[in-house]
Design a protein around this ligand. Structure first.
Ligand code: EPS
Length: 386
C-alpha cells in the first residue's frame, strides 16, 4: 500500500515527508523532484517568502544508487526563513516575549484551531495550517509521477481563472496547452488572459487584497479500472476529491462537466458509448471527466479545483482581539497575493499520489517489474473484450 505523512511548521527548521510503498526499481533523482519544487515556487502573485526559499529535497532513505528499494522514502526540505524565526519557532523552552498573535484572520484556521487545541497563541495553529506544507506533497507527488510515467500516464494542470479573468481555452490547440502553460507566469495557456490576470493581481496587491481562482488538472493514458464502485471509500472520484480539497484554500472540486451538469438534461449529460475495431470501446465526449461509478473509464481524468482568495490580507478584515474582546482588524501577516498558479502544481501532486495508490492497489507489485507485468496481463485480458 502506498501512503505518506508530512510534518514540519512553516517557519520551523524544515518540512519532511515519508512516502511508503513505492515499488522497488523505480529510478528517482533528487534533481527531478527539485524541478517540481521550482514549478511550485514560481507564479506571479507569490509573496516575499518565495524570494527567501529555494526548495530542494534531501533524501534520507528509500533509495540506493538513484533507484527505489521498496523501503520508506524520506525527503526533507529545509526552511531557509528559519534563521529569522529561531526564537519564535524554538522547539526548546524560551521566555515568552509578548509575540503572541491576538487577532485571528477570518478564513484561516486561526480561531477554530486556537479554540480546539486550547492554545493561547494562534501561531501554534497557523504554522501547520500554512500552505508551506504543500512543498512536501509536491515532493511525494514528484516520485508518484515518476511511477505513473513508467505506466505511460501523464498529468498536467493549468490556470483557467484568476478573480474574474477567465482563460479562453477554445483558441488553444490541445497539444499546445502544456508548453503555453509553463511559459506563462500565472500558468495560464491563454496569453491574453495571462496578461489580464497579472494586471488583476497587481491591483489586488495595491489594494491590500488577495485573489483566488480555478485550475484544471488533466491525466492522460489512464488505464480502465482504477478505483471501485463496490464501497464508498474506494470510489476514485471520492478519493481524488479528498486529496484535492485538503489543499490549503481549495473550496470545490469538480469532475468533467462538474456543476454544469445541474442544468442539463440526462440526454446531454453522459458520454455515449461507441465501438470500432481499431479503438475498441470509446466515447466522443468526456462529461464524466474519465470516471464513471467511481472507476476510471479509460478517458482522460479531467478535474477543476476552485481556490478561494488567501485569507491573509495586508488590509485586514474585521476580527476580535482575543484578550480585550474588542473589535479589531485581523493580524496583517506577510503572505502571497495569489497562489492559484502554485495550486495547479500542488493539485498535480495530490492527483499523482492518489493515482499511484490506486494503481498499487489494483496491480500490486513490490517491484516495478512485477507491477508492469501485472498491468500487461490485465491489458491482455481487456483485449479479449474488444
Ligand atoms: C502562507 C503564507 C506565506 C506563503 C506560504 C503560505 O508564507 P509567509 O507567512 O512565510 O510569508 O508564502 O507559502 C509558503 C511558504 C510556500 O512554500 O508555499 C500561508 O499562510 O499559508
Amino acid at each position: 500500500m502506498i501512503r505518506f505523512t508530512t510534518a514540519g511548521e512553516s517557519h520551523g527548521e524544515g518540512i519532511i515527508v515519508i512516502l511508503e510503498g513505492i515499488p522497488a526499481g523505480l529510478t528517482v533523482n533528487s534533481e527531478d523532484i527539485d524541478l517540481e519544487l521550482v514549478r511550485r515556487q514560481k507564479g506571479y502573485g507569490r509573496g516575499q517568502r518565495m524570494d527567501i526559499e529555494a526548495d530542494c529535497v534531501k533524501i534520507f532513505s528509500g533509495l540506493r544508487y538513484a533507484k527505489t528499494i521498496g523501503s520508506p522514502i524520506t525527503m526533507y526540505i529545509s526552511n531557509r526563513d528559519f534563521k529569522n524565526w529561531l526564537y519564535v519557532m524554538s522547539t526548546g523552552s524560551v521566555d515568552l516575549d509578548g509575540t503572541t498573535l491576538l487577532k485571528p484572520r477570518p478564513g484561516h484556521a486561526d480561531l477554530a484551531g486556537l479554540m480546539k487545541y486550547g492554545v493561547s497563541d494562534f501561531r501554534d495553529i497557523l504554522e501547520r495550517a500554512s500552505a508551506r506544507e504543500t512543498a512536501t506533497r509536491v515532493a511525494a507527488g514528484a516520485v508518484c509521477k515518476m511511477l505513473l510515467k513508467e505506466i505511460g500516464m501523464s498529468i498536467m494542470s493549468y490556470t483557467i481563472q484568476i478573480g474574474n479573468v477567465l482563460a479562453n481555452m477554445s483558441s488553444i490547440k490541445e497539444n499546445d496547452v502544456r508548453c503555453k502553460t509553463e511559459a506563462s507566469c500565472v500558468r495560464c495557456p491563454d496569453a491574453s488572459a495571462s496578461r489580464e490576470m497579472v494586471k488583476l493581481i497587481k491591483k489586488a496587491e495595491r489594494e491590500g487584497d488577495t485573489l483566488g481562482g480555478k485550475v484544471a488538472i488533466v491525466v492522460s493514458n489512464v488505464p480502465v479500472g482504477l478505483g471501485s464502485h463496490t464501497q464508498w471509500d474506494l470510489k476514485l472520484d471520492g478519493r481524488l476529491a479528498q486529496s484535492l480539497i485538503s489543499i490549503q484554500a481549495v473550496k470545490a472540486v469538480e469532475f468533467g462537466a462538474g456543476t454544469k451538469l445541474a442544468s442539463l438534461f440526462g440526454s446531454f449529460s453522459h458520454d455515449e458509448i461507441f465501438y470500432n475495431k481499431v479503438k475498441g470501446f470509446y466515447r466522443s465526449t468526456n462529461m464524466a471527466g474519465g470516471i464513471e461509478g467511481g472507476i476510471s473509464n479509460g478517458e482522460p481524468i479531467v478535474i477543476t479545483c476552485t481556490m478561494k482568495a488567501i485569507p491573509s490580507l495586508s488590509k485586514p478584515l474585521h476580527s476580535v482581539n482575543l484578550v480585550t474582546k474588542q473589535s479589531a482588524r485581523a493580524e496583517a501577516i506577510r503572505s502571497d497575493v495569489c497562489a492559484v498558479p502554485a495550486a495547479g502544481v500542488v493539485s498535480e501532486a495530490a492527483v499523482a499520489i492518489e493515482l499511484a495508490k490506486v494503481l498499487k492497489e489494483k496491480f500490486g507489485g513490490d517491484s516495478l517489474e512485477d507491477m508492469k507485468n501485472n498491468i500487461s496481463t490485465y491489458k491482455e485480458r481487456l483485449k479479449t473484450l474488444q
